[in-house]
Design a protein around this ligand. Structure first.
Ligand code: C2E
Ligand code: CA
Ligand code: CA
Length: 754
């Protein structure tokens, strides 16, 4: 069977109807009334039966009484028959003993043949009765004569007694027919008779009416007859009399007979009804309260469910980065900790990959935050395609993403993932209708070798990432034990670097560049060194990337410009006053809008013409942020500063920028020069670069020349300038001046075949 909630609700509604307790009470009330009525009915029948019994017993009493008295009178008559000579005194004695025995006679009389009362006992209370003719009317005479004739007794019926009051008389003939000697009569007073009848009963309880031929002839009563009261009429069987006895009980008698049960049943049922309807009321109250509680609970449940959803939404929002739609760092770290727990139980490895977009800061600064945000969103979308149940991709902030790979079988799985990540950057990102090639650098830490908890793993992945960046970006690096120490050193250096400028710890060393046509030294490259208070002289490779990262490179670059200008000024008026100085600028420095102004100010401050300063820039400057960089470089060039492309030949394949940028020198990267005499392809590339530069009207410098053979090759290919340990290491200005002054370089040139 199906109980739909709607049906249950309807049933409940009916159950809670306020009419129900009333109806219950009314049902009980009608039951009580009905039962009471039925019971009263039954008991009334009972009372009537009782009354009938009473009446019958009274009637029988009366009959019996009459028979006894009639017999007594008859016996007296018989005695007179047997003793015709009986004297009056004997008779009276006999009558007296009867009177004494029965005590109900008013009188006993002997009546002669002519119906006159002759003898009488007692005389005292019946004065004036002697000599009275009892055949006082025709009817009486006929009745008495018939009695004498047949020898039967006669009863007078209720008559007005000669003595006063009502009574009846029993006549017994003394002998029958001709032998008759009158009659013996017993006179009763009705009153006495009636009292005798109810002698055993409470006289006030009944009203007794004696009817003769239907007409009341005598009434014995303490109370008035009432039609409301019940009555019972019983015929009285006495010869010659047509009597009836009507008995009417008093209200008290009826009350006595009446049973208390109808009342008690009524009261009990009413009480039960009250109780039941009260219980129903109580039950309704409880049910109603219960229902209210249920409703309240349902509402509460709904509210809780709503809150849960909101909370879940909040959690989701809290764990998601709005910009990229990827899980955020907090969520990722929690998830990573969880993954590590599982991995530790299963004895598996987990890889954490930190991904950093190369030169994002530069792009973001020059193209605007909107561009940066769009790029991050696109990168996120591509990376997110890698996520599956084993791989989680998250956004860490800035230009960093985090990737977690669970359930590693071996390290090849990570290599494969790194390949997939790199693949995400294969095609350029189209932002604001322009395609931008973007690369990423990755640092990898693998649980449990590279760290046992999420935080350490993250720190180590970061270290690996940093090392990868040092190695030239667009690459990856796994965390290794040694990185830790280097990391400590890096952090220390970073701290010390903040003091270095103020403490004047930087120095410029100069490396001469030899003109292969003239054999003369007309220019030097200024290379920065850091005289570290504890670590000694530090190479720029050790601190320039740090300075770039922290943004300190701008101030350091400014210091380099000023130091170079001061040196040029110092050489003014000396034999070195025609030397030009080349300084290195990093990409970050070019981002500063006031760079050109600062350089010009430095030149002006020292009174140096701009053509004595050269600037070396790496290739990527010509590829990224083209519009801005082109503007910067054009302004520098307009000042009269010569521009050189440093480390030329590595990195970028497109040479289109050579056409647009104002460039004066190409500086062939050291890596080509190193094996130039052994490796045919390096020689070919070097030759091609020299030809390309010359065809574009540019001069060519070869750096890292360490052997005479390299020098000879470059000279033979028409390279314009060379720089390298073969001629000189980068040296302090004083040392350079000394070498230049004592002609050390010229001697060297001769031995090298210049
Ligand atoms: P770079 O501009 O390519 O500088 C040339 C580097 O090659 C110098 O290293 C120099 O000492 C080294 N070198 C010169 N001749 C030879 C050789 O024959 N054999 C070998 N193996 N190396 C040779 P250094 O001084 O350690 O500078 C390293 C890099 O630091 C520079 O590379 C440059 O990119 C950067 N740097 C140096 N000074 C500055 C500076 O003032 N500002 C900026 N932004 N970067 C600088
Ligand atoms: Ca350089
Ligand atoms: Ca270089």
């Amino acid at each position: 069977m199906e109980h739909s909630p709607k049906k249950v609700g309807l049933f409940m509604e009916r159950l809670l109807n306020p009419a129900i307790p009333v109806v219950i009470f009314l049902v009980f009330l009608s039951m009580a009334t009905g039962l009471r009525y039925g019971l009263i009915q039954q008991y009334t029948g009972q009372i009537e039966a009782n009354l009938e019994n009473e009446a019958r017993s009274m009637a029988h009493n009366l009959e019996w009484e009459f028979r006894v008295h009639a017999d007594a009178i008859r016996r007296m008559a018989k005695r007179m028959v047997s003793d015709p000579q009986m004297s009056e005194s004997v008779w009276r004695e006999d009558a007296h003993s009867y009177l004494e025995d029965f005590r109900i006679y008013q009188a006993i009389e002997w009546i002669d043949r002519d119906f006159f009362i002759r003898w009488l006992e007692p005389e005292s209370s019946n004065e004036g009765t002697k000599g009275f003719n009892v055949a006082f009317n025709e009817q009486r005479r006929e009745a008495l004569e018939a009695a004498i004739e047949h020898g039967n007794y006669d009863i007078s019926g209720v008559i007005e007694l000669h003595q006063g009051g009502q009574g009846i008389v029993i006549y017994a003939p003394v002998g029958a027919g001709a032998e008759n000697n009158g009659l013996i009569a017993g006179v009763f007073r009705m009153e006495t008779l009636a009292h005798q009848l109810i002698a055993s009963r409470e006289p006030s309880m009944f009203r007794i009416e004696i009817l003769s031929k239907g007409v009341p002839v005598y009434t014995l009563s303490d109370f008035e007859s009432s039609t409301h009261l019940m009555s019972y009429t019983e015929p009285v069987n006495i010869p010659t009399l047509d009597w009836q006895l009507t008995v009417q009980p008093s209200p008290e008698w009826i009350d006595k007979q009446r049973s208390p049960w109808p009342r008690w049943t009524f009261i009990t049922l009413i009480c039960m009804g009250l109780l039941t309807s009260l219980s129903a009321l109580l039950l309704q109250l409880i049910l109603r309260r219960n229902r209210d509680l249920l409703t309240a609970r349902k509402e509460l449940d709904e509210e809780i469910a709503q809150r849960k959803t909101i909370q879940q939404d909040l959690v989701r929002l809290e764990s998601t980065d709005v910009l990229t739609g990827l899980p955020n760092r907090r969520f990722f770290m929690e998830d990573l900790a969880h993954s590590l727990n599982i991995a530790s139980r299963q004895g598996r490895q987990v890889a954490l990959v930190m991904l950093d977009l190369d030169r994002f800061q530069t792009l973001n600064d020059s193209l605007g935050h909107q561009f940066g945000d769009e790029l991050l969103a696109q990168v996120a979308a591509r990376l997110d395609q890698l996520s599956d149940e084993g791989i989680t991709v998250a956004y860490s902030g800035g230009d960093e993403f985090m990737i977690c790979q669970q359930n590693l079988e071996d390290i090849d799985d990570v290599i494969y993932l790194l390949g997939l990540i790199k693949h995400c950057f294969d095609t350029p990102f189209v932002i604001q209708d322009e395609a931008h090639g973007v690369t990423a650098t990755l640092g990898v830490a693998v649980y449990p070798h590279s760290g046992l908890d999420a935080d350490i793993l993250l720190r180590n992945a970061d270290i690996a990432l940093y090392r990868a960046k040092e190695q030239g970006r667009n690459t990856y690096q796994f965390y290794t034990e040694g990185m830790q120490e280097r990391e400590v050193m890096r952090l220390e250096l970073e701290k010390d670097l903040s003091q270095a400028l103020a403490n004047n710890e930087f120095v410029l060393h100069y490396q001469p560049q030899v003109n292969l046509t003239s054999g003369k030294i007309n220019s030097v490259e200024a290379l920065i060194r850091w005289q570290h208070p504890r670590r000694g002289l530090l190479s720029p490779i050790e601190f320039i990337p740090l300075a770039e990262e922290s943004g300190r490179i701008t101030d350091i670059g400014q210091w380099v410009v000023m130091a170079a200008c001061r040196q040029l000024a110092a050489w003014n008026g000396t034999r070195f006053e025609n030397l030009r100085v080349a300084i290195n600028l990093s990409g970050r420095e070019l981002d500063e809008d006031n760079l050109v102004d600062r350089i010009r100010n430095a030149l002006d401050a020292e009174g140096i013409p701009a053509n004595r300063l050269e600037v070396e820039l790496t290739e990527e400057i010509f590829i990224q942020n083209i519009e801005h960089n082109l503007g910067q470089l054009s302004r520098l060039h307009e000042l009269g500063i010569k521009l050189a492309i440093d480390d030329f030949g590595v990195g970028y394949s497109s040479l289109a920028y050579l056409r647009d940028f104002p460039v004066d020198f190409l500086k062939i990267d050291r890596s080509f020069i190193r094996d130039i005499t052994e490796r045919h392809d390096d020689a070919v590339i070097t030759r091609a670069i020299i030809n390309l530069a010359h065809n574009l009207g540019l001069h060519v410098i070869a750096e890292g020349v360490e052997t005479p053979a390299q020098l000879a090759f470059l000279k033979s290919q028409g390279c314009d300038l060379v720089q390298g340990y073969l001629i000189s290491r980068p040296v302090p200005a004083a040392e350079l001046e000394k070498s230049l002054a004592n002609g050390a370089f010229e001697k060297l040139a001769e031995t090298s075949g210049l």
